[in-house]
Design a protein around this ligand. Structure first.
Ligand code: FAD
Length: 306
C-alpha cells in the first residue's frame, strides 16, 4: 500500500515541486544521488575509485518524450565519457543507460542509434556500457537492441530482473563467453502473470538465476544489497571456482556503503551504481518505495531546520 502511494507520488509534478523546493532535501538527495552536474559525478567517481570500488554512472533522465530530449541525453553521456577518459577514471568507471532516456518509447531505432554512439565513445574511452532494464513491456525490445549492439561492442552489459518469470531462461541465453549480465531483483510494480509477487519467490528465482550465471561462461554482476544473496554469491563463486576477477557485486550509491567496503577489503570486486543529474526525483522516489523505512529518514530531513 505505502509502496503504491510512493510510486504514485513519484509521478506527481506537485509532489516533485514540493520536495525539490524544500530547503533541506539536498542532504537526503545527496545520500543516493551524486549531484546535478557532470562535475558532481566525477567527484564521487574519484572518491569511490580511491576506495578500490568500481563505478557505473547513470545520468538521470526519465520521461523522454521527443528526439531533442533523447539526443540531449546522448550528448550528456558523450561529454561524461570524454571527461572520464581525460581524468583517467576508466576503466574503473563505466556507464549505465536507460533506453527510455534515449527515445525507446517513441522511436526504437533512434534509441538504438543513440546507444550505439555511446557504446563507441565508451570503447574509445577504454570502458563499457550496461543497458538498464525497465518495466516488462520493454524487455524484448531492450534484449533485441542489446544483441545487435553486442555484435560491434561485445562487452555491452545487460540487466536481468529475477522477479520476472522469464528471467531464468534469459539467463541461460545470456550466460555465454564475454557476456556481462547484471542480475537484480527488479524495481517496478509488475503484474502477477509476468512476475513473482512474494519476496521469497523472488529470492528463490534470484538464486536459480545466479546459479545459471555463475555456472556459465559470462561475467556475472550480482546487484543486490541482500546479505543472504551476497553470502550465496560468495558460496557459488567457491563452488564454480570463479576468482574475484570473474564476477562482481554491485550496489547502489548510498546503500550499505560499509558492506561495499567490507567486500572490497575481502578481495571481491564491487561496483557502485551512481546516479546523477537534474532529474533525480523519480529515481529517489523509487528508492523510497523499495524500502518505506527510508521515508521516515526523508521526512525527518524535510522537517529539520538545518
Ligand atoms: C547496481 C544495481 C543496478 C540496478 N539496476 C536495476 C535495473 O536496471 N532495473 C531494475 O528494475 N532494478 C534495478 N536495480 C534495483 C533492484 O532491482 C532492486 O530493486 C534493489 O536493488 C533492491 O533489491 P535488493 O536485492 O537490494 O534486496 P532487498 O530485499 O530490497 O533488500 C535487502 C536488504 O538490503 C538493504 N537495503 C535494500 N534497499 C535499501 C535501501 N533503499 N536503503 C537501505 N537499505 C536497503 C536492507 O538491509 C535490506 O534488508 C538495480 C540495483 C542495483 C544494486
Amino acid at each position: 500500500m505505502l509502496r503504491s502511494v510512493i510510486l504514485a507520488a513519484s509521478r506527481s509534478a506537485q509532489v516533485e515541486k514540493f520536495v525539490g523546493s524544500a530547503p533541506v532535501s539536498r542532504d537526503v538527495v545527496r545520500r543516493f544521488v551524486a549531484g546535478r552536474t557532470t562535475e558532481d559525478a566525477l567527484r564521487v567517481t574519484r572518491e569511490l575509485a580511491d576506495q578500490g570500488l568500481g563505478i557505473t554512472l547513470d545520468h538521470l533522465g526519465e520521461d523522454t518524450l521527443n528526439a531533442d530530449q533523447a539526443n540531449a541525453t546522448r550528448e550528456e553521456y558523450l561529454s561524461l565519457l570524454a571527461a572520464l577518459k581525460a581524468e583517467g577514471l576508466t576503466p574503473a568507471a563505466e556507464v549505465s543507460l536507460k533506453l527510455s532516456a534515449l527515445g525507446q518509447a517513441f522511436d526504437e531505432d533512434l534509441a538504438e542509434a543513440n546507444a550505439r554512439t555511446i557504446c563507441a565513445a565508451a570503447a574509445d574511452a577504454g570502458t563499457t556500457v550496461t543497458l538498464d532494464m525497465e518495466d516488462h513491456t520493454t524487455t524484448d525490445s531492450t534484449l533485441a537492441i542489446l544483441a545487435r549492439l553486442r555484435k560491434d561492442y561485445p562487452s555491452t552489459g545487460a540487466v536481468l530482473q529475477a522477479y520476472l518469470r522469464r528471467t531464468e531462461q534469459d539467463c541461460r541465453e545470456l550466460a555465454t563467453a564475454g557476456s556481462r549480465v547484471r542480475l537484480c531483483k527488479g524495481a517496478y510494480k509488475e503484474p502477477e502473470h509476468v512476475a513473482y509477487q512474494a519476496p521469497l519467490e523472488v529470492d528463490k528465482s534470484y538464486v536459480r538465476c545466479m546459479n545459471v550465471l555463475m555456472a556459465g561462461q559470462g561475467h556475472p554482476m550480482l546487484a543486490t544489497h541482500d546479505p543472504r544473496l551476497v553470502a550465496i554469491g560468495q558460496d557459488r563463486a567457491h563452488w564454480f571456482d570463479r576468482s574475484p576477477a570473474e564476477f562482481e557485486f554491485q550496489m547502489l550509491y548510498g546503500i550499505r556503503p560499509e558492506e561495499q567496503r567490507r567486500l572490497v577489503a575481502e578481495g571481491f570486486g564491487v561496483r557502485v551504481y551512481v546516479p546523477y543529474g537534474e532529474q533525480w526525483y523519480g529515481y529517489l522516489m523509487r528508492r523510497l518505495a523499495e524500502r518505506p523505512a527510508n521515508l521516515m529518514f526523508f521526512a525527518r530531513a524535510l522537517s529539520s531546520k538545518k
